[in-house]
Design a protein. Sequence first.
Lengths: 332, 585
Amino acid sequence: MNLLLASTHYGAWTPPLYSQHGGSIDKLIDVVHVFMFVIFIPWAIFFVYCLMNFRARPGHKATYTPIKAKVSKYAEVGVAIFEAFLLLGMSMPVWADYKNNPPAPDQRLEMRVVAEQFQWNFHYSGPDGKFGATRSSLISASNPIGLAEDDPASKDDIVRVNECHLPVDKPIYLRLTSKDVIHSFDIPTMRVKQDVIPGMEIPIWFTIDKNATTDSIRPQMKTVVPMDKAEWYKVRHLVAAVDHKVKDEVVLAKGADLGADLTKGKELLEQLRKKGLTELTLEPRNPLEIVCAQLCGNSHFKMKAQVMTHTAEDFAKWLTESSKKPEMQTDF
Amino acid sequence: MSGHHDHSHGHHDHGHDLPFWRKYIFSVDHKMIGCQYTVTALLFLFFGFTLMMIMRWQLAYPGQAIPFIGQYLSKDIAADGVLVGDGYNAFGAMHGTIMVFLAIVPLAVGGFGNYVLPLQVGAPDMAFPKLNMMSYWVYFCGGVTMLTSFFIKGGAAASGWTSYPPLSVFASSGQTVWLLGMVLLITSSLLGSVNFIVTTVQMRAKGLSFFRLPFFVWAQLVTSFLLLLAFPPLEAAGVLQLMDRLAGTSFFMPSGLVFSSEPQTHMSGGGSPLLWQHLFWFLAHPEVYVLILPAMGIVSEVIATNTRKPLWGYKSLVYSVIFLGFMSFIVWAHHMFMTGMGTTLSTFFQATTMVISVPSVIVLTCLILSLYGASIRYNTPMLFALAFLPMFAIGGLTGLPLGLTASDIHLHDTYYVIGHFHYVVAPGTIFAMFAGIYYWFPKVTGRKMSEFLGKLHFWPSFVFINVVFMPMFFQGMAGLLRRQYDQTEQLHGSIAHGLTKMSSYGAWLLALAQLPFIINFFYSMFKGRKVDANPWESTTLEWAAPSPPPHGNFDKTPVVYCGPYEYSVPGKSKDYCPQHVAMEA
């Protein structure tokens, strides 16, 4: 059915998880689904039993009096009680945990996220911890959030487009806002989702797992794809995890991608097949993505940013290095 | 009211003298209007499905030219035969709008409700026949308006069937046409609902007390109240959005917007995009029940007839739909959990959402317990009605993780949602509609549809509709988002692409599976086996009228002597006791 089911979990159940709060969400999803099966399976068995046992046939007559169904009453009460448990015992506490008690200002990395058609802009306060002022009149292609350079606080600010650097194991506090239409900030692998609504600033917070740096995740998501199942659409975001050799000749070097578009991808895959390669060992180019979950226009599907997660030291290094550069970074 | 009653009777004798255009076009006869609704809605159903089949090509083979039809699509929709992003979004928005407002509601309420309800209550026509005619023609104009939007510059509305501002306010002029179309469609539904309520309350036959009403009538009555109470807020909201687009108001537009690097200083601002969502979902959640209640009504009729025994827990069914109708007004914000809702509001809305599942469980329980001790006849309408039960169960159960805020964080706006509501509406409601068509076809035409073609329609449809929608739950679990022009653009969508293809093939095969139905429909209309007035040996009043019923419906004004589902009554010679026949002592 799905070629990468086993190794990366995409398409089998929830995707891999790299945030601390996500476990309780996954647990609720699992419990609800077990509950659904516990209801549905006996129900379906009874249904099929009725269909077979009470089919019209010569000599068989329907009974006028209704059956006294105690079981169904118990079942209905049972369903209601279990739903109450799901609500009070699981969903409400998890939601409260997700929504209440933001991390203290001195313990969190605070940053602004400004969404627009069709990109994510990330605004870091830099080492001084102060966000420079922004003005909509200053917005331009090279200054997507309208950062006021005359504000001293903006001097060490960092603005990144579609590239988000985050530390692991530290509470991250995002202030989400939008310039134009409604977007939705979604990191499937972190179980984070929040609509981004113009005219409002909505905070969310989460903490990334200690071991979930981008460099350590990528090899974890390594997968082996048989050549005959390697369709370009399925491998377009994957790169070679090792050097692929046929008779000591490297046909696909480590880190090489599988074609920028469908035509090139098809050609490349065909060449590799002809050269006698039987399987590909691949890993995602960017294992963590921020995507837009709310329809925001004709290129909604392209609105995504890559997340680079770093250890505390690496993140601090990135922050200092990036803030030293005087000019705005708008690399795509 | 009695004056009106007499008035319609006055028409009776002239029924056959009416000129063609009065009899078939601008008819005031509820049966002709019902047929007009049914045929128009089926055409829209087919059109909405076609849009989706084209979209499913783009999803399965992103960026590749659509075979056969790609070259005929306009430049706003497809370039060199390849669907473009705006075209995809327009098709998506119009698929949703057409399926909900132009296909299923008109079919379930306008078609079945109009045709069957007056017959089942023993009335000669609707309470307000001219209002009824107006309701159809306003709907027709709304439909034409929606269709014309495909041909204007910039194409049809492309902001989803939910039309969230500011996107919808910035959108091209197709959105204006969409709003005008919606105003017409809502007006049509309001006219219809008033008619249904008055007819049910005032025009029941002698002896037909409320608790002797067929369950279908109850379902339609509750549906009409939902339409009457829920639609006006959206009509108002539609007008407000129209003003935002045309008159420069800012009901839904906040201050400080910057669109395509241009500050929107000409707007007064200060509006709220969330206000639209509240108004929209205040309609659109009850709307979900408008889609499902008539389906439950049809399924109950078909099941009662073909199990040859009374429905189990008739009163529980009635109380459940009334409760469902009431609750459906206080769950709307569960569509908005991700808008930044705190713990207080979400507590209320997830609690009401769990509560509303209880009456749905009761309805399903009653219907399945009705099978116990039955003598089940497996004809085509019954197959569709039976298939409704597990399909609706899956649709209902998968609503649970979406109704709980915590699990909704991961599943919101993913294909899991698409799978969930399609299970309710497609193999749920649409299967019930098919059951209804096969079931009442002999009443409408005096001929039965072919059983062979019917089964050839049912079995492949049942298999392929699950091939279409089952993969969506797994895709949603993987995080695949809805409304994606190219799902493979994102990592998780790309990896789960195999399931997308499977779903697409399911959709195309499902379309093929509809051919026997189309053939059957037209063939049986002219060549089907002729049957008498009550071919299913059923009990409710519509079967007391001749097939097809004449203008004025009944040869003799019916009087009702018993409840709606007196099947297999012990000690009787026949296994059914029609409502209009006095039971022997």
